[in-house]
Write a protein that binds this ligand. Sequence first.
Ligand SMILES: [Zn+2]
Length: 561
Amino acid sequence: MRSFLSACLTTLALAGCSTPAPQSSAPSDAPAAARDLILGDSVVAKVRELGSDKYQGRAPGTHGDTLATAWIAAQMKQLGLEAGMPDGSYRQTVPFWAAAAKFTITLKAGGKDVVLNDSSTAVVWESAPTADVAVDDKELVFAGYGIDAAEAGWRDYKTPVAGRIVLALYGEPTRPDPAQPGKSDTTFFLGDELGWYGFIMHKAEAAGAQGAAALLLVVDEKASGIPWSALQSYAREWSHLKPDPRYPKHVPNVFFVNRKAADRILALSGRTFDDALKAAGDSAFTPVGLKTGVSIRIKQRIREFGSDNVVGRITGSDPALKNQAVIYTAHWDHMGIDTTLKGDQVYNGAVDNALGVAGLLELARAFKAAPKPPKRTVIFVATTAEEQLLLGAQYYVYHPVVPLDSTVADLDLDVENTWGRGKSVLAMGMEETSLGELLTGMARARGREAKPNPMLVAGGRYRTDRFAFARMGVPGIIYQGGDLVGKTPAEEQRLMGDYLATRYHQVTDSVRSDWDMAGAEEDLRLFFELGWRLADGAPRPAWKMGLRHTLMFGKPLATGR
Ligand SMILES: [Zn+2]
């Protein structure tokens, strides 16, 4: 797709993508009666079901998975959606392997050693799919930020590290903005916003391309804004897509290590974290051998299973445009049950993301209520394993039911607003393509403002299914309501902070009596209108290419399509 894509993208900026859109009448407005069927109460009723203990926290490859996908498929059928798969089923089975890894990393230098063997200092993010992984006495090399981005003018791997173990920093270097004290220069990488090169996926791909034996990625809570507790959830059983030669290649073994561990590792060679940080921020940086020998042992009980993306569709009404599609996605999976917890052990995932699935079904109900389907086909995909880093969506984009170059856009739902109506929609993806202008215009017509979601700073761009599509060239957008009506910014901050601290990815994420669904209802109705406009023949969204695109997405993927 690379070469094809670049050709396509340039034309796209001009007039629309790949298969030229057959001439058709302008898109009609979404049928109001159908739109107004979308109701907050109906959404909550579905969340009460899917977010209940009955679904056992919906972890992929568990009984909760079986129950959740059966319920979603039955809902799609009941709503009159066509089976989304060519075989006439609603299920796209994604092949997984999973393991709960026990590991020991032993680092030796100058007669001293450091041993990391539990989540108080390190967790396995990715490992070779074998029961026993052994890496013996390899040299440790500090690779700075571990960024390999000639296209963005930054290359840390100026000397080879093949066969060795890389220690690198999460995130990207920053430069102070001379005009704004305390702020980072947004023309250097993406400033304070995390870009592609700061994200784990790039680090794993870059170290893999260098032939490293393993990667120890240092996540400093303060610098990254990521609480170590969020990464400790990797200590539980973790799923991976079964290997496919088309997937981006990663270094075989990847660990997150925290600041405490990094301090101890660097001290073995008489260095401090601040030394490392300073050295890494210099564009002349070159990898540094730390004269430290590293051995790694990973023991893992491997389990293989299939887990389904649940797929329904409404075939388009236009003889030509029906071959193109608009996709709505929402992940159904969450984090299952943790039997080590006292009391409540079920991760209900009501907000994350039973709400999104309920929204997806509510949108389908509205589309089905329209007097006539829109011109293009509309596909509804409830994805699996998003919590394991977008795996169901990644599998889908390599096995699309409608070719990606006929896929007009992905409209993603992940966490909806339960705090009442919002004056704004806080979006991710709006600066990437002309979807941003479309959303801005449609929101403004309803007295609302569309603006970038603050979650982008901490890497929100890479943490919803939307990114799996966008990385493969499919424009995508996701948003939640914000600037809440009747609440001060401080109150809103407190609400968001309280959710992140006390419920996000915790067993306490259940339906609450204080939910005000007027906001989610309004957001879903706008998402219906946006999807309708796109599906009913609006010009295909255009990508905005250039350095910012590269800093957000890196080098386009060779998809082998
Ligand atoms: Zn989610």
